[in-house]
Design a protein. Structure first.
Length: 455
C-alpha cells in the first residue's frame, strides 16, 4: 500500500523494480552523451507508469534519478522546474516525494552562487509547504534561509521567516533538534529587540530536558540560560537572573572548570543581593550562603554574610571595602560583568545601595520599637526626606510595619494590638511562667529526696 499526496491509500498493482533498474543506467548514459532532455523524457514516461501502478519505491528512485541528472549537468533551472512538476503530478506518492526532497536538500549547499541557492531553497520550501511528511526538511531549509538573511544584515526578515515554524508540533523531529530551533528563534527575537515574543517562545522549552548528562544537551542548556539572562536583564528581574545563573552554576561541564563556576557563583551572589527582599529571596540567599565553595571567593562570601546577619552596614564602609573588588576586581579575583562601565552598571550600583539601606531599615525594625526620624537618618547616613521615602516604600511593599509621626518626628515599628490579643499574649506568658515554676519546684524536690537518701 502506498500513500498518495491527496491522502489516499493505493495498492501496488505492478512491480517496476527490474524495469527501473535497467532504464536509469540507460538514461544516465544518454545524459553523458549530451542528450539530457531525451533522458529526462524517458524517465518521466516511466515515472507515470510507476506512479499509476502505486510502486512507491520505483517512483522514488526515478524522481531521485531525474534530480541527479539535472544536478550533474548543473542545470539548476531544470532542477527547479522538475521539482515543481513532479510534486504537482496527480496522485503523486508521498514516499517518492520525500526521497526527492531529501536528495535535493543535499544540493542546496553545492549551488554555484547565492542567487541560485535562494531559488532552490524557495522551490523546495514551496513544494514542502503544508506537507507533514517533509516537515523536517522544510524546517531545515527555513533555518538555512534565516541564516542567509541574518548574514545579509536583515535581522527582521530572518526572525519573521523562522517564526513561521512551529517546531514544537513536529512529531517526527527529535527533541534536541526542536530545542535548537526554538533557541535560534529566541536569539533572533532578542537581536530584533522583540522581548515579549522571546518570553512567549521561551515557555516552549521544558527545563527538564536539560537534566540529561549528555554534553551536547548541556551546551544547549548554557545557550538557553544565556538568552534568558539577556532577556531578564532587559526586564530588570534580578531574582530571575540569579536563578538562571544558579542553573548555569549547577551544570556539570561548568563545575569542571574552576574559573567558570567561580564566575557563575559570583553572579548568583550579586544578583540575589540586588533582588528586592521577600520570602523567596531571603530563603534563596540563606541557601546560597551554605555553599561550601564560597570559601574560594572570600570577598563575595563576606558581602553575602553582611546581608544574612542582622547588623547595620555603613554604606561608606561597604564602598571602601567592596566597590573596587566588585567593579574592577583584582589579579586573584576577576570581576564579573554585573557592574560594567556605563548607565547599566551605574543603575545596578544604585540599586545595590538601595538594598543596603533597606537591609538596615529591616534590622532597625527588628531591634527598635520606636526611634526618632533624626536618629534613623544618622544611622542610615541619609537625609530625613530620603529616610522617610525608603521607609515608605518598605511599608507599602509590606516588608516592615511602621507608623510615622511627622509632628513629633517619631517612627513606631511595633504594631498596634487588639485588647484581646494583648490578653491572650499575657495569658500565654503567664502559663509559660507557671510551667517553669512547676518544673523548678519538681527539680528542687527531686534533688532534696536524692540528698536525703544519700545521707
Amino acid at each position: 500500500m502506498a500513500a498518495t499526496d491527496e491522502g489516499r491509500l493505493q495498492k501496488m498493482e505492478v512491480d517496476y523494480s527490474d524495469t527501473v533498474a535497467k532504464r536509469i543506467p540507460e538514461c544516465e548514459k544518454l545524459a553523458k552523451e549530451g542528450k539530457l532532455s531525451e533522458a529526462l523524457e524517458s524517465l518521466m514516461s516511466l515515472e507515470k507508469q510507476t506512479r499509476t501502478a502505486a510502486d512507491a519505491h520505483s517512483t522514488g528512485k526515478i524522481l531521485v534519478a531525474i534530480i541527479n541528472l539535472c544536478y550533474e549537468h548543473k542545470d539548476w533551472n531544470a532542477l527547479n522546474e522538475h521539482l515543481m512538476l513532479l510534486t504537482k503530478k496527480r496522485s503523486q506518492l508521498k514516499l517518492a516525494v520525500q526521497k526527492m526532497v531529501q536528495q535535493a536538500f543535499e544540493y542546496v549547499d553545492q549551488t554555484p552562487d547565492m542567487e541560485t541557492k535562494l531559488k532552490v531553497i524557495d522551490t523546495l520550501r514551496t513544494i514542502t509547504a503544508g506537507k507533514i511528511y517533509v516537515e523536517i526538511e522544510r524546517a531545515r531549509l527555513t533555518m538555512k534561509l534565516a541564516k542567509i538573511k541574518e548574514d545579509q544584515g536583515d535581522i527582521g526578515d530572518a526572525a519573521k521567516i523562522l517564526h513561521e515554524l512551529q517546531v514544537e508540533t513536529f512529531g517526527s523531529m527529535e527533541k534536541k533538534e526542536k530545542v535548537e530551533f526554538i533557541l535560534e528563534q529566541m536569539r533572533l527575537c532578542l537581536l530584533n529587540k522583540d522581548y515579549i515574543r522571546t518570553q512567549i517562545i521561551s515557555k516552549k522549552i521544558s527545563t527538564r530536558f536539560f537534566e540529561s548528562s549528555d554534553e551536547n544537551v548541556q551546551e544547549l542548556k548554557l545557550k538557553y540560560y544565556k538568552l534568558m539572562i539577556e532577556l531578564d536583564q532587559h526586564e530588570g528581574s534580578y531574582l530571575q537572573i540569579c536563578k538562571h545563573y544558579r542553573a548555569v552554576y549547577d551544570t556539570p561541564i561548568i563545575k569542571e572548570n574552576k574559573e567558570k563556576w567561580q564566575e557563575a557563583l559570583k553572579c548568583v551572589i550579586l544578583y540575589i543581593l540586588l533582588s528586592p527582599y521577600d520570602n523567596e529571596q531571603s530563603d534563596l540567599m540563606h541557601r546560597i550562603s551554605e555553599d561550601k565553595k564560597l570559601e574560594d571567593i572570600p570577598v563575595y562570601k563576606n558581602i553575602l554574610k553582611c546581608f544574612t546577619t542582622s547588623e547595620l552596614m555603613r554604606w561608606q564602609q561597604v564602598c571602601a571595602i567592596y566597590e573596587r573588588e566588585l567593579k574592577t576586581g583584582s589579579t586573584t579575583n576577576p570581576a564579573t560583568d554585573v557592574f560594567p562601565d556605563g548607565d547599566c552598571g551605574k543603575k545596578r550600583w544604585d540599586d545595590f545601595r538601595i538594598r543596603v539601606v533597606e537591609h538596615n531599615i529591616r534590622v532597625m525594625a527588628k531591634y527598635y520599637t520606636r526611634i526618632s526620624t533624626k536618629r534613623m537618618a544618622e544611622l542610615l547616613e541619609l537625609a530625613e526626606s530620603e529616610t522617610e521615602e525608603f521607609l515608605s516604600n518598605l511599608v507599602v511593599n509590606k516588608t516592615v510595619y511602621a507608623r510615622v509621626d511627622r509632628l513629633e518626628g517619631i517612627i513606631t515599628f511595633s504594631q498596634h494590638k487588639d485588647p484581646n490579643e494583648i490578653l491572650n499574649d499575657w495569658s500565654q506568658n503567664l502559663n509559660q511562667l507557671m510551667q517553669l515554676v512547676n518544673k523548678t519546684t519538681h527539680l528542687i524536690n527531686k534533688e532534696e529526696m536524692v540528698h536525703h537518701f544519700v545521707q
